[in-house]
Design a protein. Structure first.
Length: 279
């Protein structure tokens, strides 16, 4: 479990929603710093990464189906939302003017996509922003970047929520890194929080997963690192099996939500070289 074994395969998992709101898409300004640039991660893996260089306001595009699984299983479909709150509907996730736009509706229908590919160990980075599009009613959506187990077995195979906002556009970034553990014990996780980050603006958010650690980055700056932690109730935090990226705008409240939008300029995946050591 702790060796350099690398697994890559088609990912499985669940999760997505419908666009009704007209918003103007603008190309995200280029950031001076990404974790990939700062730490020399090399080129992103093209089969697994998406620059979202397609779609328009006049013709919103379905996310590339060679790269992504859609909510409901296909265009125009829906399935139950997070903890059966509302629905995840394909139509709430579209590429518009070079940006992936995920919309959370007031009625509880929302967006979700998942990468078709998973790997054990690697690096993931995405450029994201989020904001509410209605007055605060105390029932916000929940934007996330997640590495989810390809087995779809949670919590047994862990879960790495490397960005988890309690509401769109918050001023503090949070992460919840779940240990692989049996269902019959309390939730086993590590938590990180970084304030002074305006998440309504574009930021590059990344995670590095190695046999030795999990590290998180915002705009190229490390903001969390976790390693080990195995005990009688759990395996070590970095000891999950193969994972894949999901992008989620989760409904925690049912209906009557504060509508929101979650945007992704690009999402990139990097391999972990076989000779990579502890850093």
């Amino acid at each position: 479990m702790h060796g350099r074994h690398r697994q890559r395969h088609l990912a499985v998992g669940l999760g997505a929603a419908a666009l009704t709101m007209t918003l103007t898409a603008t190309a995200a300004p280029r950031s001076a710093t990404t974790a990939a640039e700062r730490y020399g991660w090399g080129e992103p893996l093209p089969a697994w990464s998406d620059e979202f260089g397609y779609g328009s306001e006049a013709g919103p595009a379905v996310p590339d189906r060679a790269k992504w699984r859609l909510a409901g299983g296909g265009p125009g479909e829906c399935w139950p939302g997070h903890s059966d709150n509302g629905r995840r509907c394909d139509a709430d996730t579209r590429v518009v003017g070079g940006i992936l736009r995920m919309t959370g509706e007031a009625d509880g229908d929302t967006g979700w996509i998942a990468s078709r590919y998973g790997q054990k160990y690697g690096r993931w980075e995405a450029r994201v922003r989020s904001r509410a599009t209605a007055p605060d009613n105390g029932r916000p959506y929940h934007p996330l970047l997640i590495l989810w187990p390809d087995s779809n077995e949670h919590p047994e195979d862990g879960e790495y929520d490397y960005l988890e906002n309690g509401a769109p556009g918050e001023k503090c970034a949070e992460a919840f890194l779940h240990y692989p553990h049996p269902q019959d014990v309390p939730v086993q996780q590590e938590h990180a929080r970084k304030c002074g980050v305006d998440l309504s603006r574009w930021h590059n958010v990344a995670v590095e997963w190695t046999p030795d650690h999990l590290r998180g980055f915002i705009d190229g700056e490390e903001w969390f690192r976790f390693s080990g932690g195995a005990n009688a109730d759990r395996d070590c935090v970095q000891c999950a099996p193969s994972m894949h990226q999901t992008i989620q705008l989760d409904n925690f409240h049912g209906d009557g939500l504060q509508s929101a939008v979650y945007e992704v300029d690009w999402a990139r995946v990097y391999d972990l070289p076989d000779d990579e050591g502890v850093r």
